[in-house]
Design a protein around this ligand. Structure first.
Ligand code: NAD
Length: 511
């Protein structure tokens, strides 16, 4: 029997106006949860509730808030297998990866529980005597967090954990197709002792979310927007937020390049390309988009890569597979559109394309009732192709060639995204030149384009985001605002710049 879930605002259920069925993509007939989707007014009401709750939460000393974060980490750890199985059931992510995703929440909590005892401000020297300068990190207020569902629990935790630790309240709007995983994670967070209203979860579709956010920003109840999703929607959310003079943390799509130099370890590169191209069925924001391989090693690389892809196991995500199904019907429909971008000048080197079925099986797997697709490698991609220029969220990787490293860097930057990137080389000069030239927020050397760690800055540039960074200490600047304080204890009005002592140098002095 499937669960019934609704939004939770101020600790109370908020009934939905429409019911959405979140299904298991490995068996589309199975409903994981019936989700009551809320309307814009509920979203705006949640932001008002959060605003009320935030005042008291901000008064809780940061080290005490840190203890709550510690409890969240422990609760997630104690429920890791259950949560990971639910993620696998709801979005089809292979269980080992789902467990890794849950681990990332724990890692994030481990990092931020200590931040509760730091959250450092500074003492700064004044230009005048008997005056002290200080900086403080203040919570921003209410963060409205809207997330995609391909990382239904780890990526939201990158917002929720630091936002709460810093003394903010949160209204979280998860992806509809990952609602059950989000609901479970929400329960774990509140079980750690968060007061009602400090964390609220609202299930809603995109249109109602947008309207609700517009209402809330108009009412002045939201001071930060966190958005993880497509570049297209991110642009709209960023515009809306900017119009209300608030700032958004935009974590968007990617077209992540992998450059393979003639001196690369090709077997290692094949392994990295396979994992980053087709792990999570190519549905990570950091998934590999295009392999840019030196023309002298192109044939050898493509032959080995195509063979590895042909042999890779696709199947039941509870089993030992490289990838399971696509996340949801919406992504399968979109992926079929990307397949139509394959042109006569391309060569598909990986075997069958399209849906895995009885008529188009993969080894002995016929796809059963799920949204399973053959992984596809397209050779001969040109820089003017849509396949080269646009994110193709799903199991498809393009291959193109280059002659010089400068040309490879230019190709890697051409699509205008800038999330992740990778280079395979044994020459440190190539690695550093690539690092300098690439526009991506993240650079891997002899490693795949995927695989963030919870304490390193994560985020993109260009079409991948507005330069905001999540994770580690860098995200603190998203969820706090610096306040500068000066305290003059001289007993007189000392005017900055005007009443400053002047020490006269002898400018004519020469050795
Ligand atoms: P999406 O943009 O369609 O949806 C993301 C979220 O926004 C969902 O919760 C959705 O309901 C909501 N939404 C949709 N329309 C909205 C609107 N008009 N106003 C407000 N909210 C709206 O993204 P998706 O297709 O579900 O997810 C895949 C995309 O997310 C890919 O492009 C992927 O690269 C990206 N992504 C980025 C990161 C990152 O950290 N950079 C991480 C995961 C996914």
């Amino acid at each position: 029997m499937s669960r019934k879930i609704v939004s939770i605002v101020g600790g109370k259920d908020a009934t939905g106006t429409v019911t959405y069925a979140s299904t298991n993509p490995a068996r589309t007939g199975d409903v994981v949860a019936q989700v009551g989707l809320a309307d814009a007014d509920t979203f705006a009401a949640a932001c008002r509730t959060a605003k009320e709750a935030q005042r008291e939460w901000a008064r809780v000393p940061a080290p005490v808030r840190g203890r709550v974060i510690a409890s969240i980490g422990r609760l997630v750890e104690a429920n890791a297998e259950r949560l990971a199985h639910l993620v696998t059931e709801e979005i089809g992510k292979p269980y080992a990866e789902a467990l890794g995703e849950v681990r990332e929440i724990v890692d994030t909590c481990d990092f931020f529980l200590g931040e509760g005892r730091r959250l450092y401000g500074q003492t700064v020297p004044s230009e005048m005597p008997d005056k002290n300068l200080f900086t403080f990190r203040n919570p921003i207020g209410v963060a409205a967090v809207i997330t995609a569902g391909n990382f239904p629990v780890a990526v939201p935790s990158w917002y929720l954990v630091p936002a709460l630790l810093c003394g903010n309240a949160v209204v979280w709007k998860p992806a509809e197709y990952a609602a059950a995983s989000a609901h479970a994670m929400f329960q774990l967070f509140v079980a750690a002792g968060l007061p009602d209203g400090v964390l609220n979860v609202v299930f809603a579709d995109g249109a109602e979310t947008f309207r609700g956010l517009e209402l809330a920003l108009g009412e002045g109840t939201v001071q930060k927007v966190g958005f993880t999703g497509s570049s297209e929607v991110g642009r709209k959310v960023g515009e809306l937020t900017g119009r209300h003079l608030q700032s958004a943390c935009l974590e968007l799509g990617g077209k992540n390049p992998m450059v393979i130099m003639p001196d690369a370890d090709l077997d290692l590169a094949v392994e990295g390309a396979l994992f980053s191209g087709f792990g999570t069925a190519g549905q990570r924001c950091t998934s590999l988009g295009t392999v840019i391989v030196h023309e002298s090693v192109h044939d050898r690389f493509v032959e080995r890569f195509a063979q590895a892809v042909r042999e890779a196991k696709i199947g039941d995500p509870e089993g030992d597979v490289l990838a399971g199904p696509l996340l949801d019907q919406k992504f399968a429909d979109r992926y079929e559109e990307y397949l139509a971008w394959i042109q006569p000048h391309h060569t598909v080197v990986s075997g069958n394309i399209g849906r895995i079925s009885k008529d188009s099986p993969r080894h002995d797997f016929t796809g059963d009732e799920g949204l399973y697709y053959h992984p596809v490698v397209v050779d001969g991609v040109r820089p003017t192709d849509r396949l080269f220029l646009e994110e193709t969220f799903g199991p498809i990787v393009g291959v193109t060639t280059f002659q010089s490293l400068d040309e490879a860097i230019e190709l890697a930057n051409l699509p205008g995204y800038g999330l992740s990137s990778s280079i395979y080389t044994t020459d440190p000069r190539h690695a550093f030149r690539f690092r300098e030239g690439i526009s991506a927020g993240m650079v891997s050397v002899n490693n795949s384009t995927s695989g963030a760690e919870a304490h390193l800055p994560f985020g993109g540039n260009g079409k991948s985001g507005n330069g905001s960074r999540q994770s580690g200490m860098w995200v603190l600047d998203q969820f706090t605002r610096w306040q500068a304080m000066n305290w003059d204890h001289s007993g007189r009005l000392q005017k900055a710049q005007m009443d400053v002592a002047d020490i006269t140098p002898d400018m004519g002095f020469r050795l």
